[in-house]
Design a protein around this ligand. Structure first.
Ligand code: PLP
Length: 415
């Protein structure tokens, strides 16, 4: 028996939920599969090939193997090697006017970039703003840093982006806390797969530019799935140019999905501001935060990803390999869309990306009934998230049948 003086965790840190719910469900799926059951695990946000193996770009493995390790054994600059900072901007904004006003800082994945934005654009006690369907860790990143999270309704009844709800929330926050940090996770939103079209980006810009006349506004585009966003990738061009005249525009960029190296922990915070002096302030603030948290990032990974972006032959090789994965995901999405339509499921517009979410009156009941049938999805508020990225095409009919059964059970129970 441990005495109370030996329990030295603070009350705040005691009884934390240490296991991410997605990893917990994935673990259960694995245990049942190992025990011999025929399990379909659609929980994880990693891209699997049609044989169920992790899809990895061979060119990325080659670039990693070719890094002269002694050259990256020492500490790098806190902000990341200059070549990497150039590469991240080139990869995201190459050819766009935004690149002129951009700076980049290495972070451990997109997660590190979101943390940087949260602590530098909100004071303790203030809240970031995002859509009610959202990536789960936003709230934890904010709470852990003494900040909060508020959400606004994402979809109107007709399925379009609810820009009026966003406007109301932005106005409420402007009045209540005197600044706004909004996270927009497009294209290929996690968990719904939704991408804003050009008209929606323009409406978003209207709201945020208007708010910026009253309070400082920071827009963080979490573009974790950008390479898988299809034509939606260019939908933001004009709107972001307009936003940059009035706000700070940030991007959480990551190599995790784009280069299929989730464990490498290579990412960047890319910040755009029209004013060069403000860019110096931003650089200093970000360097300070990095030094005070993770210090340096993975220099070997940074070197390999820089080579993949800046070396023309490596770049075209990795682009070609990635294209096969993009095609695979688009084809899974169109098979899903057709099968889901045939059985009458309700889900947001989805043209590619890693995920889709299916609406249900009771996500817990739907997911539980599906698990009984050996199919694992993630219950979220108002829907279940399905990782098409982790579902081979041949398993899509089983997935859609299980979804129809699970949503049907929830609907019967609710009604
Ligand atoms: N943002 C979204 C929406 C994500 O889904 C993820 C990862 O799943 C991330 C950010 C962060 O990814 P990482 O830190 O692995 O780069």
């Amino acid at each position: 028996m441990i005495t109370s003086t030996r329990c030295t965790l603070t009350p705040t840190s005691r009884d934390r939920i240490g296991m991410d719910p997605i990893f917990a469900l994935h673990g259960e799926a694995n245990r049942r599969a190992e025990a011999g059951e025929d399990i379909l695990d659609c929980t994880m946000g990693v891209l699997m090939d049609e044989e169920g193996k992790l899809a990895v770009l061979p060119s990325v493995l080659a670039a990693l193997a070719a890094v002269p390790v002694p050259a990256v054994s020492g500490y790098g600059p806190i902000a990341g090697d200059p070549r990497f900072r150039e590469a991240a901007i080139e990869d995201l904004l190459g050819g766009s006017a935004l690149a002129r006003d951009a700076l980049a800082l290495a972070t451990p994945g997109g997660t590190g970039a979101i943390y940087q934005a949260t602590v530098n654009f909100l004071e303790p006690g203030q809240s970031l703003l995002t859509t009610n369907y959202r990536w789960g860790p936003y709230r934890d990143i904010a709470a852990h840093a003494g900040r909060g999270m508020e959400v606004f309704n994402m979809f109107r009844a007709d399925g379009a982006f609810d820009v009026e709800a966003m406007d109301e929330a932005v106005q409420r926050q402007s009045a209540g806390q005197g600044r706004v940090l909004i996270i927009l996770n497009f294209p290929s939103h996690n968990p719904t797969g939704y991408s804003l079209n050009e008209a929606e980006w323009e409406q978003v810009a209207d709201v945020l530019v208007a708010a910026s006349e009253r309070v400082p506004v920071t827009v963080l585009v979490d573009c974790a799935y950008i390479k898988f966003g299809g034509s939606a990738i260019t939908a933001w061009d004009a709107a972001l140019e307009r936003l940059l005249d009035a706000t700070t525009v940030l991007f959480a960029w990551t190599a995790s999905k784009a280069f299929t190296q989730y464990g490498l922990r290579v990412g960047a915070l890319i910040a755009c501001h029209r004013d060069a002096e403000e860019r110096v302030q931003l650089t200093n603030a970000f360097n300070y935060t990095s030094r005070a948290t993770w210090s340096n990032c993975n220099r070997l990974g940074i070197r390999a990803i820089s080579d993949l972006i800046l070396d023309p032959s490596l770049r075209s090789r990795s682009d070609e390999e990635r294209q096969q994965l993009i095609d695979l995901l688009e084809s899974r999405t169109s098979v899903f869309n057709k099968a889901a339509r045939d059985v009458g499921l309700d889900w947001p517009r989805c043209e590619g990306g890693f995920f889709v979410s299916v609406f249900t009156p009771d996500p817990e009941v739907t997911a539980a009934r599906m698990r009984d049938a050996g199919v694992f999805v993630i219950p979220i508020n108002g829907a279940v998230r399905v990782g098409l990225c982790a579902t081979p095409t041949r398993a899509l009919p089983r997935l859609v049948d299980a979804l129809a059964m699970g949503v049907g059970a929830a609907t019967a129970q609710a009604g």
